[in-house]
Design a binder for this molecule. Structure first.
Ligand code: ARG
Length: 300
């Protein structure tokens, strides 16, 4: 039987925008209409959950905590591959309080036999989980963002821990503070990214590894819709509303895009991908959900 893809999401009850640790966060806009925005956030969160379920996934919910509004973004809590969770270490004190809560949840999953291992990063290294460590299912390596939240040294630590190659990419703008807001790989080998978010050397590295016909370069306008923060499940791509151009390009390649209103989360600098954490991510090449349009890789 095909395993059901499983995502973790955080209960949105305690979600708000009450501080600013990235240029998207506007606590004054939130507090000007807090009750309405919270209601809208709960509706948008439920729509994302439903879209994941309609794409064939199972969603598990971890409780949030008062005063830790960014727990809403569990992608930042850990990197999970093959049942092994490596817990994040947050750069900003505003988010460090999330660490023990997520740790307790992952340890509970381990005790239930749902994860094999829960591990900590070496001392002195910051790393913000799957937001800065993205598995490429076709190339079978991680793309790791560094330079804003995660330390450069995290790349070597992730490689040593998981035993898979890591390609570090330097993020050069506070606006694109995690790799997942400006970059994602698809199971057909395509890589969608916004070059303006990355150093010249990192853009050159992507161009060296990904043949031109598999590179989908997004404009600043597209990146600023946070639609690159997308969840991919086989041929499905679930994302914040993007542009007709980007959607058309993805659909022409055989993907099916579901665009959602995620505005209350964009007000915190997050969207679809970082509102989720895939718990059953597997390094096995032919993952059951990595089916559709496979192109051959002429380099890499
Ligand atoms: N307000 C959160 C922060 O700045 C948003 C995190 C979104 N996560 C992500 N992986 N893009 O940390």
């Amino acid at each position: 039987m095909r395993p059901v893809p499983t995502f973790l999401m955080t209960d949105p009850t305690h979600y708000e925008v009450s501080y600013a640790i990235n240029p998207w966060m506007k606590p004054e806009l939130w507090s000007a209409a807090a009750a309405e925005r919270h209601g809208q956030a709960v509706r948008c969160w439920s729509a994302l959950r439903k879209a994941l379920e309609q794409a064939g996934a199972k969603v598990e919910v971890v409780p949030g905590q008062t005063g830790l509004p960014d727990m809403l973004f569990p992608a930042n809590a850990a990197v999970v591959l093959d049942g092994r969770a490596l817990l994040a270490r947050f750069l900003h004190p505003e988010r460090q309080g999330e660490e023990p809560h997520f740790q307790a949840h992952f340890e509970q999953l381990r005790d239930q036999g749902r994860l094999r291992e829960v591990a900590l990063l070496p001392e002195g290294i910051f790393h913000e989980g799957a937001g800065d460590c993205i598995w490429d299912p076709l190339r079978r390596h991680f793309w790791v963002g560094w330079g804003q939240r995660s330390s450069y040294e995290s790349a070597a630590a992730l490689e040593a821990h998981f035993g898979f190659p890591v390609v570090p990419l330097e993020l050069v703008s506070p606006r694109y503070y995690h790799l997942d807001v400006c970059f994602y790989p698809l199971p057909g080998g395509e890589v969608v990214f916004h070059p303006g978010a990355l150093s010249d050397a990192s853009v050159a590295e992507i161009r060296r590894r990904v043949p031109a016909d598999l590179r989908i370069e997004a404009t600043r306008e597209e990146a600023d819709l946070l639609c690159l923060n997308a969840v991919n499940l086989g041929r499905d791509i679930i994302m914040a509303k993007g542009t007709a151009r980007l959607k058309g390009e993805l659909e022409a390649r055989g993907y099916r895009c579901t665009e959602l209103d995620l505005d209350p989360f964009i007000l915190s600098g997050g969207a679809a991908y970082c509102m989720t954490l895939r718990l059953d991510r597997s390094s096995v090449h032919a993952a059951p959900d990595a089916a559709p349009p496979v192109h051959s890789l002429s380099e890499a």
